[in-house]
Write a protein of this length. Structure first.
Length: 177
């Protein structure tokens, strides 16, 4: 059972710019139209745990729902999921350790953890087993950081670096316990 982050950041460690936009992620030409390994990653996981803000951002893209796996949306204030997504998005709340335990008991062993606040919450509780971080060669100078404060350092072991499109680097780290 693993909790895995798969995300892109700017060189200075931001996942969204000062205006909470992510359009800078698409500034790199991708002439081959490759998904850069995202499909292979999705084949590894059983479900997605995503924060409410990230769900709302995905819904704002105006495209078909991009996930074939169940999405468990974390929210302590919502009582229902967005209309039309009741068979795709499932509301969860409470202590993150309990959320993970319940999902694991339901057969969701490998979880994709997505969203800035969500990733930071999982890290604060030492619930991340693997980080897959693709670095985009841009300095945003501010915005939404991927990482936040921790009570103590968390050590990870670097296991892989893959250059992509001659300008991106996808690094994989596993928790060194």
């Amino acid at each position: 059972m693993s909790n895995i982050v798969y995300i892109a950041t700017s060189l200075d460690g931001f996942i969204a710019d000062k205006n909470n936009r992510i359009d800078w992620l698409h500034d790199i030409p991708n002439p081959e139209g490759s998904d850069l390994g995202f499909s292979a990653f999705m084949d590894r996981i059983d479900a997605i745990v995503m924060g409410r803000n990230t769900v709302e951002m995905v819904l704002s893209f105006g495209c078909d729902w991009p996930y074939s796996k169940p999405v468990f949306m974390l929210s302590n204030t919502l009582t229902s999921v967005p209309a039309g997504y009741e068979d795709k998005i499932f509301l969860v709340n409470g202590d993150l350790k309990d959320v993970v335990r319940v999902l694991n008991e339901q057969g969701y062993a490998d979880l994709y953890i997505d969203g800035g606040v969500t990733v930071q919450g999982f890290l604060k509780q030492d619930l991340i087993d693997e980080l897959i971080i693709t670095t985009i060669p841009v300095l945003l100078g501010g915005g939404t950081p991927l990482f936040g404060d921790l009570a103590e350092p968390l050590k990870f072991k670097h296991i892989n670096a893959v250059p992509l499109l001659n300008c991106l680097v996808k690094n994989t780290f596993v928790r060194d316990r």
